[in-house]
Design a protein around this ligand. Sequence first.
Ligand SMILES: [Zn+2]
Length: 166
Amino acid sequence: MLFAMAQKTIFELDLIKLAKWHRRSTIAAITILISFVVVWIGTAIVLVYGMNTTSIDIGFWIFYILVMLVSAALVFPTHRAMGYGLFNSLLWAILAFLIPFLVLLSIASTAGLILKLSGAKVGMFGVSRANLDHIRPHHCRQCGYSREGLELFQECPECNRVPQVI
Ligand SMILES: [Zn+2]
């Protein structure tokens, strides 16, 4: 279906892939936010000292176009990893181009929520590499131990966690 919102359920998602794109989107959002502050302070200094404003305009537009491109480039794969169809992901990438940063921020927070609901430990910069094992298929959600060969509801030999249905 062309207009389906999500093609996959939360249980069918590749969480490792989602965690990686979420991490990239989150780091990009933080970087853009810091850059905004730097550009704002820079502009204020330039204006105070009465320098040539043409270079500020050019600098601002280069920065803005860069934010548009980065936002669109990250929103598309993050949407795909969240289980959205090709059409929807493209639509969001276009939206990210029109409203850069805010769309990227909202997508990063939605992806983070999906990861949290899936039992991942989501920090400020997303799921850390050390915690990726926790959301790998057939691994313990609590300690990351491989559950290969164990019964479905058998408790984890490492941390004694009993797997939950949800
Ligand atoms: Zn465990």
